[in-house]
Design a protein. Structure first.
Length: 324
């Protein structure tokens, strides 16, 4: 058999399965027929029949079923991984043909502070080079990021953990330092030297207990105001009634009259870029990744002057923790 005949044989083999693969992917990713049917704008019974046709043609089950649920089995997971890659390659090829690689939506996930500090400046750099890209910023919990990336619901995520599945690419971007801030009118802002013990005499604004903000776990403070939004915490701090632990790069650009108290940074939190493995040397994800790196490089040029401890050193910091 010639190579051409072999290629045609593969095409004929794929042809019988090709139309069933979108339905399989929708059901496999949701493991819930009504949800998949809504995404595909069809009926649950129709999707079920399509998946069964695929299984019959393959002569093997792709799902474990019981009366109440449908769950992808190991063979189904293997097929899903390859279907995702194949569809992504076809989509990338269509974009390249239409010269639309750098047009359309670019979906990014980051926390509010990380988005404000790193993503927005990076998007400005990206817009100058690729003005037809339409970035969209979301805040997806870290534990939901892998699935969102695999499904294509996200193109890139900035996360605080490097332990992600092997099919995703994870690269360190930056370590964000956290310090104690006060309004310029606050009593501690007038001091040349401050200790953590002295901070304990004043009330703090902080996120909910489950969300770490960098305060040492072994020190109990008086948190008198809890807020979900970091920007609201910054405003509360700027009004003078509360101290706050904030990411340094975010606080300096927050646009409020805040003063970093003369303490060493309390902690550092690493930030990682996560995305699907790149299929091309240059695409929208790699362009955003490069813009994020350039943004950090620009911040690094001013950071040594911004954030130094009272004795002129930059001591090692510990990992951020939440309140007990």
């Amino acid at each position: 058999m010639s190579s051409d005949e072999g290629s045609l044989a593969r095409v004929r083999e794929l042809a019988q399965f090709w139309n069933w693969l979108p339905a399989f992917r929708a059901v496999a990713e949701s493991e819930h027929l009504p949800t998949a049917a809504q995404e595909m704008a069809t009926s649950a019974s129709g999707l079920s029949r399509t998946v069964k046709q695929l299984e019959d043609a393959l002569e093997r089950a792709l799902f474990d079923r019981d009366a109440r649920r449908i769950a992808l089995n190991e063979e189904g997971r293997v097929l899903l991984e390859h279907v995702r890659d194949a569809m992504r390659r076809v989509h990338d090829g269509l974009q390249a043909m239409r010269e639309s690689t750098f047009r359309g939506e670019l979906r990014v996930s980051a926390s509010n502070s990380v988005a404000a500090t790193y993503v927005l400046p990076a998007i400005e750099l990206l817009a100058a080079e690729h003005p037809e890209l339409q970035p969209q910023i979301y805040t997806v919990p870290d534990d939901q990021v892998p699935l969102a990336l695999r499904k294509g619901a996200l193109d890139l995520a900035l996360v605080e953990q490097a332990e992600l599945p092997d099919d995703l690419e994870v690269t360190w971007l930056e370590s964000s330092s956290y310090s104690v801030y006060a309004a310029e009118s606050h009593a501690l802002s007038q001091r040349e030297m401050v200790t953590l013990d002295e901070c304990l005499a004043f009330p703090f604004v902080a996120p909910p207990p489950a969300i770490p903000d960098g305060w040492p776990r072994n020190l109990r403070r008086r948190v008198m105001l809890r807020v979900n939004a970091l920007s609201l915490g910054v405003r509360a701090c700027a009004r003078g009634g509360y101290l706050a632990v904030l990411p340094d790069d975010y606080a300096i650009d927050a646009g409020h009259a805040l003063r970093r108290l003369p303490l060493a940074p309390l902690s550092e939190q690493p930030i990682f870029m996560a995305h699907r493995k790149l299929l091309a040397s240059r695409d929208r994800v790699s362009a955003l990744r490069d813009a994020l790196v350039r943004t950090v490089e620009r911040l690094d040029q001013t950071r040594p002057e911004r954030f130094i401890s009272p004795d002129g050193s930059q001591p090692e910091a510990t990992a951020p923790t939440s309140d007990d």
